[in-house]
Design a protein around this ligand. Structure first.
Ligand code: HEM
Length: 483
């Protein structure tokens, strides 16, 4: 006996509601006009919101009723990312994104993806990454030591340079020799192009070889980064010294047939980790500083905790379990401004019935957005308020799982989560024990969604030094003051 079909396709459109959209262009114009606001408005239409892609895409894909489904319920999120994850794979990405990341672990699928994760998981395991504590605190300390009382800093830039130097050491076991600004500029151009291609169906169809100024700018910049990576791979191959870094790990790795990885495969993994591993953390830190500067009482409590636990010494991974309030601040900042504001869309292989009751036809595209989930008043009352108490142990227990997913979930959960958390917490602890940062101008800072969620303008902050930075005291002075 065959089981009855789960779904009456003809009725699907009438069962799931969504906002009014353009018949021809579907949700693209709305998404482009106000991506973040549009997603929040979708909360009003139920647990699963159907967003038709419009006639143009339907004709192009030859797929009638092509639609994106936005998920607002944590049980559905769990179902797609974990319980029934084998039914889904990442949807197609715009050409510029494929060009940047290639077949690195962020974009690969199936057995290749499993093999890549198996290779990286031990390296990024929680215990293993604590070995990088010293690197993180000393790099953060060096950065803050260059600041002086009353100085104005562009905190986004500062955090990006800081996290770039840290990830560079993780990848290559050496300091960044090239011009960091060159790399950052190329990344920013790439970010803008990715966003444009996600927002505009036409832009996503325009191949990169068409010599538009934006394509040329992007290709020029990325060529510079690629050249640097390739040079580092070749140098290490010529002088095969083993180091505890990602490049050594990749050079020792074997593919499915037992052959070493080729240059292209190694380049893809390095580029993936370089981008996934510093832009996200830099934005998380930038948002956290901005939020802290707005909330005096939170900053005061943090400083007390840092004084109690650390006194005058620099933090270490072993201190983190006792820096509980710091962790609550970090979590709340990732809730309000999740750097990965949207997961990659997922495409369904077979029809699927979600726990909320909605039925997704084969070929459906699913949109899961941490930004949207984290600001749902059902799970986070008064969602725009910055309130670290939401992450006290007691408060966490009252919320269903999968309402908070800054690092994704399931088989594609962020590989660098432990490292990102270690880095974020140690940078905050190192700097907040020495200085205080205040927003320099009264400008409103709005989140802008690109490859990551970043502030729409540079965030200028003024440095207020709390303690003189420890330049080692000459021995005769310390004995004199002791007596
Ligand atoms: C606060 C910082 C970070 C955030 C919020 C973040 C968030 C995420 C999210 C949400 C995903 C899942 C994407 C999806 O399912 O579509 C992801 C994947 C990934 N992240 Fe992170 N990430 C951060 C830092 C890092 C760092 C530091 C690294 C590396 C050193 C890293 C490497 C990766 C990689 C390789 C993947 C792909 C995993 C896979 O598909 O198997 N991330 N990240």
């Amino acid at each position: 006996m065959t089981s009855p079909p789960l779904i009456d396709h003809a009725n699907l459109g009438t069962r799931l509601s969504g906002p009014p959209l353009s018949r021809w262009w579907g949700y693209f114009p709305e998404l482009r006009r106000d991506t973040l606001g549009f997603l929040l408005r979708c909360q009003a239409y139920g647990d699963v919101v159907k967003l038709p892609m419009g006639r143009v895409v339907e004709l192009f894909l030859r797929q009638p009723d092509a639609a994106m489904y936005v998920l607002n319920h944590p049980a559905d999120v769990k179902h797609i990312l974990v319980t029934n994850q084998d039914n889904y794979q990442k949807g197609p990405v715009p050409p510029v994104e494929s060009r940047i990341f290639g077949q690195g672990v962020l974009h690969s699928e199936g057995t290749t993806h499993h093999r890549q994760r198996r290779l990286f998981l031990p390296f990024f395991h929680g215990h293993q990454v604590t070995a990088y504590s010293g690197l993180i605190t000393s790099t953060a300390h060096a950065r803050v030591a260059a600041w002086y009382d009353g100085m104005t800093v562009d905190i986004g830039q500062e955090m990006a340079h800081l996290t770039l130097s840290i990830i560079w050491r993780l990848l290559f076991g050496q300091d960044l020799q090239a011009d960091a600004s060159l790399i950052r500029d190329a990344i920013l151009v790439g970010q803008r192009l990715i966003k444009l291609q996600y927002d505009s169906f036409l832009a996503s169809l325009t191949p990169l070889w068409i010599p538009l100024p934006r394509h040329r700018r992007f290709l020029r910049g990325f060529h510079v980064i690629e050249e640097i990576l390739i040079q580092l791979i070749r140098d290490r191959r010529r002088n095969p010294t083993y180091r505890n870094d990602v490049l050594s790990l990749l050079l020792a790795a074997k593919d499915a047939d037992g052959h070493p990885l080729n240059e292209r495969e190694i380049r893809d993994e390095l580029m993936t980790l370089l981008l996934a591993g510093h832009e996200t953390t830099a934005n998380a830190l930038t948002w956290t500083w901005a939020l802290l500067s707005q909330t005096e009482s939170v900053w005061e409590r943090l400083v007390c905790e840092l004084n109690d636990v650390l006194g005058d010494r620099p933090p270490d991974a072993a201190d983190l379990p006792r820096l509980r309030y710091l962790k609550m601040i970090w979590d709340e900042s990732l809730r309000l401004y999740p750097p990965a504001w949207s997961l990659h869309t997922r495409a369904a292989h077979a029809e699927d019935r979600l726990p909320s009751g909605a039925i997704l036809p084969p070929g459906s595209w699913v949109f899961i957005s941490p930004w949207n989930l984290h600001r749902n008043p059902r799970w986070f009352p008064d969602p725009t308020q910055f309130d670290p108490e939401r992450f006290s142990e007691a408060a966490c227990q009252t919320r269903p799982a999968f309402t908070y997913i800054p690092f994704g979930a399931g088989g594609r959960r962020c590989l660098g989560e432990s490292f990102a958390e270690l880095e974020g917490l140690l940078v905050l602890a190192t700097m907040a024990s020495k200085i205080r940062l205040r927003l320099s101008d009264g400008r409103v800072i709005k989140p802008e969604p690109g490859m990551t969620l970043h502030p729409h303008v540079p965030v200028q902050m003024t440095v207020e030094q709390l303690r003189p930075l420890q330049t080692p005291t000459p021995w005769h002075q310390s004995t004199a003051s002791d007596s």
